[in-house]
Design a protein around this ligand. Structure first.
Ligand code: 6PG
Length: 237
């Protein structure tokens, strides 16, 4: 299948088209199986997408009670601003009146250890799909790419990158912020139906091209994600 590459001269056009893609995919999936699952990326790139996705979600003829939101990764940090969940909640989920029953934050109990939260999230995911008599296959996974080629919280130098764990605790040395994190495992991401890479700044054009040119290059973990199921949406010169 040819690579789904969508280049844009500006982020607004990109977000408009990507939002339409997501909405249409959600309509198809909910129509087929009665529910849909979305994995939201971390970082700040999604904020531009949410500005477009929010009105589109609200105006689409979609039963939002049938859409379930998970996260690709989360910082195990006491600082609220670092929270990927908080950004998604403030800029999309709460404004779209998504029920808390349909949102699954990675950190369910900040007073517990990162490994307790890891195990709890893996159980949450497993139970969610078992209850729907389904394998663990997310319908849409939205991912960013770091300048070093990381995605989710799978960073270069990760020596357990091929772990089959649904959720992993990771301690990346070069992450920003440099805090422990939880991340979906690479295998869980690769089992998903539709993976969407999004970058919205020209500074990322080079790394996107490296990821596109390389397959299975551990220097660029994003290149390990199954391109057969991936679409790339990025701003380029
Ligand atoms: C995180 C992310 C990470 C992010 C990239 C891009 O928690 O940091 O999930 O993979 O998507 O670092 O981040 P920006 O969108 O902020 O450039």
């Amino acid at each position: 299948m040819p690579l789904a590459i969508n280049k844009f001269s500006n982020k607004n056009d990109m977000c408009r088209q990507l939002s339409a893609f997501i909405i249409n995919k959600l309509k198809d999936v909910v129509g087929q199986k009665g529910f849909a699952t979305v994995v939201l990326s971390g970082g700040r790139t999604p904020l531009n997408l949410y500005r477009q996705l929010l009105p589109d979600l609200i105006s689409a003829s979609l039963d939002l009670d049938k859409i379930y939101f998970f996260f690709s990764d989360e910082r195990f940090s006491k600082v609220e601003e670092d929270s990927n969940y908080r950004l998604a909640q403030d800029h999309l989920l709460s404004q779209a009146n998504i029920s808390f029953d349909n949102i699954f934050p990675m950190i369910s109990n900040r007073s517990k250890s990162i490994t307790d939260n890891r195990d709890a999230y893996a159980k949450t995911i497993d139970s969610f799909f078992i209850n729907r008599e389904s394998e663990i296959v997310f319908d849409i996974v939205i991912l960013g790419i770091g300048l070093d080629g990381h995605t989710a919280s799978i960073f270069p130098g990760d020596n357990k990158i091929l772990s089959k764990d649904i959720v992993r605790d990771v301690y990346p040395k070069n992450a920003n912020p440099p805090v422990p994190r939880l991340t979906l495992g690479l295998e869980t991401i690769n089992k998903s139906s539709n993976i969407v890479f999004v970058t919205d700044s020209l500074e990322k054009e080079g790394i996107v091209k490296k990821v596109l040119e390389n397959t299975q290059d551990y220097s660029y973990p994003a290149s390990l994600v199954n391109k057969e199921k991936s679409s790339f949406y990025f701003v380029a010169s």
